[in-house]
Write a protein that binds this ligand. Structure first.
Ligand SMILES: N[C@@H](CCC(=O)N[C@@H](CS)C(=O)NCC(=O)O)C(=O)O
Length: 339
């Protein structure tokens, strides 16, 4: 009896210790290593895209940079790992990356059965259709019998099947592993239609030799809230990624920008003082330096700045804020308060 009791205590203690070790692991590893390993796409302009010299930019890239600024005090300390849709979750599960920031839709199945947690929404999206003008169709209801290019291992595949079944239509899926192959499939006429999250369709269109030969249909057939994900079992790291994104969203709401952050340091406004780490819990709750949020804004900018520069009016994509506007402006971007 006594032995059973002791082995029970030993197991519980071991579980408790391993849970705590897991909790400390990712942040400590990143700090020890000196850089963050961030999983991104193989190349989607505006979201995560390398230039000719291999320098990465994009909205998803800026989330990696924000986490590096918060954790290491330096947004440039990131190693980007390009991953196609099929590879992305394994890379996170195996520990090859510390976080995934790659146009990835937050769904029940992924959040509950892959050992990962979504840390928020960087971009509210929906699935659309990019169609060759030659096809002469005006909306998705006219796509019966079309050959449709699509990427393997995505929510896109599932939504497409559901949509066509519900509408009693047929289609021929032409499946590729990377976005470049998918776009080439459209250009080569292997398919008449390319379907994906609408943001990626805008991004892929600018990569085509003749973008004006293709039109975006008005239909949106799904909800695609895209956001960063981390491994389960490391609550501190989960909080760091979650609050790095919240800090960017909050800063925009509070009017804190990369241009005025230095003046904000001397603000007497209580909410701003908490944001810049002069009052309140500062960095303690996340186990970071008190200037963690300040560094994000200084080095990366607030959510609105990164949206505009990468995908919005200051970028070739010129995407409207739409659902991604602040809640006060009729959008869905809403951060819990940093009190
Ligand atoms: N949001 C969807 C789709 C994500 C996705 O992988 N989209 C393709 C669009 S073609 C892409 O970005 N590919 C980039 C790549 O393979 O690197 C999901 O999470 O399943």
């Amino acid at each position: 009896m006594k032995r059973i009791t002791w082995s029970f205590v030993a197991v519980v203690t071991a579980l408790f210790i391993s849970a705590n070790l897991a909790q400390a692991a990712t942040k400590d590893e990143v700090i020890k290593r000196g850089y963050l390993q961030c999983g991104v796409s193989t190349g989607i302009p505006g979201y995560s895209n390398p230039d000719a010299k291999g320098a990465w930019t994009g909205l998803d890239v800026d989330v990696c940079r924000a986490v590096a600024a918060a954790t290491l005090g330096d947004a440039s300390k990131v190693k980007y790992l390009p991953l196609n849709a099929k590879e992305r979750f394994t890379a996170l599960q195996s520990g090859e990356i510390d976080m995934l920031s790659r146009v990835t839709t937050y769904t029940l199945t992924r959040d509950s059965s892959l050992g990962i947690n979504f840390a928020g929404v960087t971009y509210y999206d929906g699935q659309g259709f990019l169609v060759s003008k030659k096809l002469g169709v005006k909306n998705a209801a006219e796509l019966n019998g079309a050959a449709i290019c699509i990427q393997a291992g995505t929510t896109t595949e599932v939504n497409l099947a559901t949509y066509f079944k519900q509408n009693k239509m047929e289609y021929k899926p032409i499946v590729f592993d990377t976005s470049d192959e998918t776009a080439k499939g459209l250009e080569a006429g292997r398919c008449d239609v390319l379907t994906s999250d609408q943001s990626q369709l805008y991004a892929l269109r600018i990569k085509l030799a003749n973008p004006d030969d293709y039109i975006m249909l008005p239909d949106i057939i799904s909800k695609e809230p895209l956001g960063p994900a981390v491994r389960q079992g490391d609550d501190n790291w989960f909080d760091i990624v979650k609050w790095s994104l919240f800090a960017m969203i909050n800063a925009e709401e509070l009017g804190i920008t990369s241009a005025n952050i230095d003046q904000m340091m001397t603000s007497t406004d209580a909410t701003i003082q908490k944001f810049v780490g002069k009052e309140g819990i500062k960095g303690e709750g996340l186990g970071l330096k008190d200037d963690w949020a300040t560094q994000i804004i200084k080095q990366v900018g607030n959510y609105g700045e990164t949206f505009d520069r990468n995908v919005g009016k200051g970028s070739p994509l010129k995407i409207e804020r739409g659902l991604n506007a602040q809640w006060k402006d009729g959008g869905l971007q809403y951060s819990p308060p940093m009190l």
